[in-house]
Design a protein around this ligand. Structure first.
Ligand code: SF4
Length: 362
């Protein structure tokens, strides 16, 4: 399981605080980064092989991987241990797909990409402009057609809700448009205020007010209902899929399967057996520093209790829930949880308040 972070964007979105460098898209801007990430892939090939045994997934995220020259995809593929990857996802921006066209998608297929995740966010042009997205709704629709024509048969589209100014009618129109396109997978994220984003600054300057919780909950309910009617299975708080099209890579994160993260903003999860550690098992999490080249890795060792809590937090966000053994010491479970067949779950109608249920549990 490999995650590769591409730290470039052509513009910054109002709500985003991810580490990324502004780029104007000239191929030579990326040379140093490409050489460095390929060197890191070679250096960590043993680790990658070990973590990749079970799943064989590769996820290139960002930033905006679709701004990268084709050389990046081909060189990276050569530097990584042999595929083919069961799931090879690339995140794209609609504007890049429209600009680079069918031939770019065909080359992505040639390098082995079999899944694309596209940030549509909304099909309302006013809202897209406010978010600072560089595409409009027509570009999102056109990009989807280009991806299909280029042979991508597993597409995930992202949308955002919980925005002041997003009415139920606007959200319904976006959902109708998304369902009409017919992606295999949909992710819907509530707008969050990230420290360091333009949006956080807007709030501190009194230019934006957060949408009240009750209205966010109503929008989430609308999304759940509309996607259920359209035949999507809600398998994680923010994710819906057609049968059999659940994201393999992301689902493994939620089960805490070890993975290797490459690139300046990437995390890894490593599992080391250490006889001296309490419980005999330690998880080591590493992350790279935020620097375009010459990045270094820092480490954090998780205690068994931290591992247990993280497993509960991630598992309860999924339809499958957690093994009841993870909360075996508790006499009573907080309200809102279902216990059956040795598993504990939060039902879909309580997912919007999952964080507070989970907080009561751990
Ligand atoms: S949301 Fe994506 S495209 Fe927008 S600034 Fe963040 S990383 Fe870049």
């Amino acid at each position: 399981m490999i995650y590769v972070h591409v730290p470039f964007c052509k513009s910054f979105c109002r709500y985003c605080d991810f580490y990324s460098e502004l780029t104007c898209g000239k191929p030579e801007e990326y040379d140093a980064y490409i050489d460095e990430i390929c060197a890191e892939a070679r250096l960590r090939s043993g680790e990658i092989r070990e973590s990749d045994e079970q799943l064989k997934t590769l996820y290139i995220g960002g930033g905006t991987p679709s701004v990268m020259p084709l050389r990046f995809f081909f060189d990276l593929k050569k530097a990584l241990p042999e595929g083919p990857y069961r799931e090879f996802t690339v995140e794209v921006n609609p504007d890049d797909i429209v600009g680079r066209g069918y031939e770019f998608v065909r080359m992505l297929r040639e390098v082995g990409v079999n899944r694309v995740s596209m940030g549509v966010q909304s099909l309302d042009d006013g809202l897209l402009r406010w978010m600072g997205r560089r595409h409009d709704s027509a570009a999102a629709r056109a990009a989807f057609q280009i991806l299909r024509a280029g042979g991508i048969d597993n597409i995930s589209l992202d949308i955002i809700f919980g925005i002041k100014g997003l009415t139920d009618e606007m959200l319904s129109r976006t959902l109708d448009g998304i369902v009409e396109m017919g992606p295999e997978h949909i992710s819907a994220y509530q707008l969050s205020i990230e420290e360091g984003s333009q949006l956080a600054k807007d709030i501190s300057e009194g230019k934006y007010e957060e949408l009240p919780d009750g209205q966010c909950a109503a929008q989430y309910k609308l999304i759940c209902e509309r996607l259920r009617e359209a035949g999507y299975r809600h398998y994680e708080i923010s994710n819906w899929a057609r049968a059999g099209r659940e994201a393999v890579h992301n689902s493994a994160y939620w089960r805490r399967v070890p993975y290797v993260g490459l690139g300046p903003g990437a995390h890894s999860l490593e599992r080391n057996v250490d006889d001296n550690a309490p419980g005999g098992l330690r998880d080591t999490r590493s992350w790279n520093s935020e620097a375009l080249t010459g990045w270094t890795r820092s480490f954090e060792v998780l205690t068994p209790e931290e591992i247990r809590e993280e497993s509960i937090m991630l598992g309860l966000r999924t339809a499958g829930g957690i093994d009841a053994a993870l909360v075996a010491g508790r006499k009573e479970l907080p309200e809102g949880l279902i216990s059956e067949d040795g598993r504990i779950r939060i039902p879909e109608d309580k997912w919007f308040v999952a964080d507070s249920i989970i907080a009561d549990l751990i």
